[in-house]
Design a protein around this ligand. Structure first.
Ligand SMILES: NC(=O)c1ccc[n+]([C@@H]2O[C@H](COP(=O)([O-])OP(=O)(O)OC[C@H]3O[C@@H](n4cnc5c(N)ncnc54)[C@H](OP(=O)(O)O)[C@@H]3O)[C@@H](O)[C@H]2O)c1
Length: 245
């Protein structure tokens, strides 16, 4: 059993690698930062898991194509890599209070190129490397919730979520046994948002707990194809429920 995880050198992606390692998967650590990627591989192999580093930068399609050609017969493709899209400030962390009007075109372009176009390119490029029963899992967030609107981040993830739903329908229509779905793990303490476990009234989880939650949806025996699943199992299957039922 083989799993390719993007952005697996730290944060939630590293947690997912550990969670899949515990389940016996051979791990491919797709990472942009090579040093952090090699360090993650050393830690994973030190824990007894089979792991190797493959360079992958969502903003550099040549690395995506080379990574896709380096692997075969993948059972799982986990699209986890992503950025917060707060590029114009001195910290690249997520700013939940930033006005939607404060984002520049450059912020939006870089975030959409990374989180949406990069992930789109990964999925299309990796299709030949996937087994017939492979599952693709995209790590994502709610995009129309009223409690936040970090514009670059949510618009890039909205595009990614719509792609997940569209590709899921296409897999089903074409009779493919493959599945694609998104998981929204809730708030997690990582560099992306700078929070600590237990912040926001206990809402913020550890990467280990979030990873177990995410990976759990791969092994719950349910078909989540084309859905965006929240940590508690609630699912988004369409963004126009109210219009079309
Ligand atoms: N933290 C949360 O509360 C939360 C909640 C829901 C969903 N998510 C999602 O979870 C995913 C992981 O985020 P995280 O919270 O674990 O943040 P993180 O600790 O900042 O990790 C982000 C990962 O993405 C990688 N990455 C960034 N840009 C990349 C690029 N251009 N090409 C390849 N890899 C790139 C980073 O690699 P480098 O070392 O190369 O920078 C790193 O491995 C993201 O998609 C995020 O949207 C996070």
């Amino acid at each position: 059993m083989k799993a390719f995880i993007t952005g697996a050198n730290k944060g939630i992606g590293y947690g997912i690698a550990q969670a899949l390692g515990r389940r016996g998967y051979e791990l491919y650590i797709g990472a942009r930062d090579e040093q952090r990627g090699q360090d993650a591989v050393s830690r994973l192999t030190g824990q007894g898991y089979a792991a190797s580093f493959i360079k992958l930068d969502l903003a550099d399609f040549d690395t995506i194509h080379a990574a896709a050609e380096a692997v075969t017969d993948l059972d799982l493709l986990i699209n986890n890599a992503g950025i917060a899209g707060n590029i114009a400030t001195d910290t690249s962390r997520l700013d939940m209070g930033k006005s939607p009007l404060a984002y520049t075109t450059a912020d939006l372009r870089e975030t959409i190129e990374t989180n949406f176009l990069g992930t789109h390119e990964v999925i299309k490029s990796f299709l030949p490397a996937l087994s017939e029963d492979a599952r693709i899992l995209n790590v994502t967030v709610p995009v129309t919730a009223t409690f936040w609107q970090p514009l670059a981040y949510v618009t890039s993830k909205a595009a990614q979520n719509v792609m997940t739903i569209a590709f899921g329908r296409e897999f089903e229509k074409s009779g493919s046994r493959r599945q694609i779905f998104g998981v929204m793990p809730g708030a997690v303490a990582t560099d992306l948002n700078g929070t600590s476990v237990g912040d926001h009234g206990g809402m913020v989880k550890s990467t280990e707990d979030a990873a177990e939650n995410i990976v759990g949806f791969l092994f719950d025996g349910k078909n989540h194809n084309g859905h965006i699943v929240q940590f508690d199992g609630k699912e988004v299957t369409s963004y126009e429920h109210d219009l079309f039922g």
